[in-house]
Design a protein around this ligand. Structure first.
Ligand code: GRF
Length: 190
């Protein structure tokens, strides 16, 4: 069975969607949840599910100990599910080709430093875009610039607000992210 490591900073609704999906199909297990924010919702989900957690600060995040701990789980994929720090080059190199991220917009537009969560939906609505969506991509040394794996779109109606757009995006994320992880795992020998 494949092992996954999830990085998350917030509510953890994507982490939860992935957990629930693999509880049903048994193809993978979430071996560790790494979080940089004490009290984050994702930590409560980990506790509920009995999943080990690693609460990090900038020092531990940039150190070798965390990489060694991650290696001990022999993860097939490292899944960034709403993680707000840029992955250090040492970690990208240690898990080259194994780190994926989900971004709540159609990259390369509305990506890069500072473009996360509601900032993205605010900018998309302000620009009067007719569509938005999600991008699932590999992580490399540059913020939000790794090879794109999948993009899924949603239309934006004239009466849409950043909040209603956020709901549409979350629905896309919770539907597609677990399935894309499953698709990638099928291509990896475990
Ligand atoms: C999601 O919108 C994701 O696209 C972005 O951060 C948000 C995380 O939400 N990277 P949650 O913590 O999974 O609810």
């Amino acid at each position: 069975m494949h092992s996954l490591i999830i990085f998350a900073s917030g509510a953890g609704s994507n982490a939860n969607a992935i957990l629930e999906y693999f509880k049903k199909n048994g193809k993978a297990k979430v071996a560790l949840i790494v979080c940089n924010k004490a009290g984050a919702g994702v930590l409560k989900i980990a506790e509920r599910e009995g999943i080990p957690t690693s609460l990090i600060d900038k020092t531990t995040f940039n150190g070798q100990v965390l990489i060694d701990e991650m290696r001990s789980y022999n993860p097939s994929l490292i899944v960034l599910a709403g993680f707000l720090w840029k992955i250090p080059d040492g970690m990208t190199r240690a898990f080259s080709g194994k780190i994926i991220n989900i971004h709540p917009a159609l990259l390369p537009k509305y990506g890069g430093k500072g473009m996360y969560g509601h900032n993205v939906h605010d900018a998309v609505i302000a620009a009067q875009e007719k569509e938005s969506g999600i991008t699932i991509h590999y992580v490399n040394e540059h913020y939000d610039e790794g090879n794109i794996i999948v993009q899924e779109k949603c239309s934006i109606k004239p009466n849409d607000t950043p909040d209603t757009l956020a709901n549409k995006i979350h629905r896309l994320e919770h539907l597609y992210f677990p399935r894309v992880v499953g698709y990638l795992l099928d291509k990896i020998k475990d």
